[in-house]
Design a protein around this ligand. Structure first.
Ligand code: NI
Length: 199
């Protein structure tokens, strides 16, 4: 998920246009998949065990998320990997260090309340819409150390986790907005689908 309120720092270009692109890490960001890519509609498979491969995926996805500058959550599906894994980083929004989550096989055990807020998605650039979701959820998942974790999430954290779990099930946030409103967005969606992007 992208934070509609966060501004890109524009650190990838300068007015002269000759500035070298600074890398946040030594590795290249992974290729994001965009609206129209069939992989975004597939259901991701559970991860039986956290191995080196999963740790590397976590690192690469975190690097990719930072690279976007507006990203606050990313599902493995969005980089074309159909594993039930998601990351959330809302440390900037929360202004503390507890907002980083890397969750394998996440499940929502219970949800309550209702909340409407604007969402954006890294796979559907520049499109935003209000989405209604449960306000509070209980989440169970496996962390990077192969430990089972269970916790309560509300507000922005609950929203991002639900948005990313949707990705693991092949669902996009635009599926959760009403038919009429989605019709109004259909021209924008077509443009996004046809956009040329570097691969
Ligand atoms: Ni998304």
């Amino acid at each position: 998920m992208s934070n509609p309120k966060r501004k890109r720092k524009n650190r990838h270009s300068s007015e002269e246009g000759v500035e070298e692109i600074p890398r946040l890490e030594k590795t290249e960001p992974l290729q994001l998949r965009y609206y129209g890519d069939p992989v975004l509609r597939k259901r991701a498979a559970p991860v039986p065990e956290i191995t080196y491969e999963e740790v590397k995926l976590a690192e690469d996805m975190l690097n990719t998320l930072y690279y976007t500058e507006v990203g606050i959550g990313l599902a493995a599906t969005q980089v074309g990997i159909l594993k039930r894994f998601l990351i959330v980083d809302i440390r900037e929004e929360k202004e503390d260090e507890t907002g980083l989550f890397m969750l394998f096989n996440p499940e929502i055990l219970n949800s309550e309340g209702e909340d409407i807020a604007e969402e954006g998605c890294l796979s559907i650039p520049d499109l935003r819409a209000d989405v209604k979701r449960p306000e509070k959820i209980i989440v169970r998942a496996v962390d990077l150390r192969n430990q089972s974790v269970e916790f309560e999430a509300d507000e922005l954290l609950a929203r991002v986790i639900q948005h990313e779990i949707d990705h693991l099930n092949g669902t996009l946030f635009i599926d959760r907005i009403s038919g009429l409103k989605r019709q109004l967005l259909s021209d924008e969606l077509k443009k996004i689908q046809k956009a040329d992007r570097p691969t």
